[in-house]
Design a protein around this ligand. Sequence first.
Ligand code: ACO
Length: 310
Amino acid sequence: MDKHEVAFNDLIAQDLKIEPRDWMPEKYRKNLIRQVSQHAHSEIIGMQPEGNWLLRAPSLRAKQVLLAKIQDEAGHGLYLYSVAETLGISRQELVQQLHEGKAKYSSIFNYPTLTWADMGAVGWLVDGAAIVNQVSLQRTSYGPYARSMVRICKEESFHQRQGFEIMVQMAKGTPEQKEMAQDALNRFWEPSLMMFGPHDADSAHSSQSMKWKIKRESNDYLRQKFIDRTVPQIEFLGLTVPDANCKWNEETGHYDHSPFNWDEFWNVVEGNGPCNAERLEHHKKAQSDNAWVREAAYAYAQKTDISAVA
Ligand code: ACO
């Protein structure tokens, strides 16, 4: 082991941060780019299912709040692309990998948002699951990634409340509204639980990522934490958990759940979910429609010598 590797291992063992200029194993760098880019793409693609309801929000207030939330997601994507760039990959390469299907984004954003209640379910469940995962990532070993998570988690917390507020309004509203809330919960429950990734035994990256402290908690641990936290909220709403086997287990101190449909998960991850093609097409079209904005910004930066923009 050379002195660089010893110094790297020492930083990890002491729970200190690895910074962009520090030496790091090539596999650590590549693994981080993979995870951070998947995370960044998820934030950006995740704007689409909610953008679908922006022009149909039921009140001006609801529209303002949803707009603010979607703008936050754009900001998260930009921080995370910047984090990936500190690892030596360009924004253009990251976007190209997304467009070529080489970089993934979260499976959850390949489901359609059919009713206004889905805006509630997405904020409450999807952002709620994201927080549970991202709070643990505040302690990840790569400094810029860990620091970006602090602000992102604060904003995700507002998103989770925005979603829960919609669910309360719907679940305590008319019978039709309550039915819409239950329907949204039924469709988003299992896909939200799958956001945490495959079971630990099937997780290709977990073992190495935990050793390097890129990941601080396992997929199954975080999924269970989310279930245990969310079932009482479902009860508060007067809705039904869409899983007959989801019952409190005195012995384990956790809620049990049915096995998940992993075939569906892998099918979505491999690009065959209900909205995969639509999401990527939309992103490609936005990139090409807005190319002139990037070109203009670049030309202006050159003219005024703002080297940071290049
Ligand atoms: N959707 C799509 N792909 C997934 C998902 C998912 N929900 N979960 C796992 N995968 C992929 C992994 O990327 C990996 O594929 P790859 O080798 O081609 O990259 C494969 O399935 C095996 O999974 P794991 O070995 O468990 O992968 P990993 O250790 O990276 O754990 C996890 C997955 C938990 C998502 C991790 O990457 C992570 O914490 N990422 C940061 C958080 C994040 O990306 N959140 C996205 C949604 S949050 C939001 O609000 C936008």
